[in-house]
Design a protein around this ligand. Structure first.
Ligand SMILES: NC(=O)c1ccc[n+]([C@@H]2O[C@H](COP(=O)([O-])OP(=O)(O)OC[C@H]3O[C@@H](n4cnc5c(N)ncnc54)[C@H](OP(=O)(O)O)[C@@H]3O)[C@@H](O)[C@H]2O)c1
Length: 276
């Protein structure tokens, strides 16, 4: 599998895995989730995405149960910045420095590591200056608790502001062949060599507008999900899709997409499905 160096350092395979949809409740479902995470690593996946938000730490704990001690080539990245709901309330963004520090400590403990190689700010909290949020992560990096810093769901202005404070190694925004809202952010990442982790990468395969995707799939002998992933990988060298699944069959299918090459004509047909 082709690789990309996060922050110019650690090389990871460009086709990652998103762990968000792995059930964590005790019993057979948890065992199935553990098996999916282990199979991902067996298949050569070296980038796995989780977040404190996914089960308020339960997803991080599941990954540690499945994969710790981690193979040296594996990078498990997590996200902070969303607070659990208070009794009777709703979950909310929280970018206050003391809260971010606490969630990073929680992530270190739950993932059983001394350093989070890539820590992403899940959302920018509009109530807290960005300099305070990103500055807190910069301080944690200086203390050795974080390797590289990433952002999620940011626009170009936020990305540039953050880059004025600290090196940004990754951006995780919603993006796929049918949803190109963040084209400008992708271009900014490409220009700066920043990894772009598109979330919801497989979704177009199930969409009502998947006709053209299905046609290309038929031509290549691949599935629509594989074509959607292959298009992303060909879109930019900084693109690192993190498809999620709770099943081994879909996992195997998705990882195999790392080796699917669309022709220039097929790529262009798909490119025209959504206006950038
Ligand atoms: N930063 C953010 O704000 C944010 C937000 C959402 C997600 N994420 C991250 O991005 C990852 C991916 O996002 P996502 O789960 O929303 O989108 P996705 O990976 O595009 O879609 C996952 C869905 O597609 C199905 N699927 C997966 N592979 C398939 C295949 N080969 N054929 C048919 N269906 C398939 C899965 O169902 P099955 O389980 O049945 O396979 C699941 O319902 C998440 O795991 C998470 O790590 C980040």
């Amino acid at each position: 599998m082709e690789t990309f160096r996060i922050g110019g350092e650690k090389a990871v395979g460009r086709l990652g895995f998103g762990a968000m949809r792995l059930p964590t409740e005790a019993g057979p479902q948890r065992q199935a989730s553990v098996a999916v995470a282990r199979r991902a690593v067996e298949l050569g996946v070296t980038l796995i995405d989780t977040a404190h938000l996914y089960g308020w730490g339960a997803n991080e704990e599941l990954l540690a149960e499945a994969l710790h001690p981690y193979p040296p080539e594996l990078l498990v990245t997590t996200k902070v910045g969303v607070a659990p709901p208070p009794p009777g309330g709703e979950a909310d963004l929280c970018g206050r420095p003391e809260f971010l520090r606490e969630q990073v400590e929680d992530g270190l403990r739950r993932l059983r590591v001394e350093r989070l190689e890539l820590l992403q700010l899940h959302r920018v909290d509009p109530q807290v200056p960005l300099a305070d949020q990103v500055g807190t992560l910069r301080d944690l990096r200086a203390q050795g608790k974080i390797g590289h810093i990433g952002l999620s769901e940011v626009n170009v202005a936020q990305l540039q502001e953050a880059r004025g404070i600290v090196e940004i190694a990754s951006v995780q925004n919603r993006y796929n062949v049918l949803d190109r809202e963040h084209e400008a952010v992708l271009e900014a990442c490409e220009a700066a060599g920043i990894a772009f982790l598109p979330w919801r990468p497989v979704h177009p395969a199930a969409s009502q507008d998947a006709g053209e995707i299905a046609e290309v799939a038929a031509e290549t002998g691949a599935t629509a999900a594989q074509v959607a992933l292959a298009w992303l990988l060909q879109r930019s060298p900084v693109m690192l899709p993190i498809p999620g699944t709770a099943g081994i069959a879909h996992l195997e299918e998705n990882v195999a997409a790392a080796y699917l090459r669309l022709s220039g004509e097929q790529y262009d047909r798909l490119d025209r499905l959504a206006a950038p």
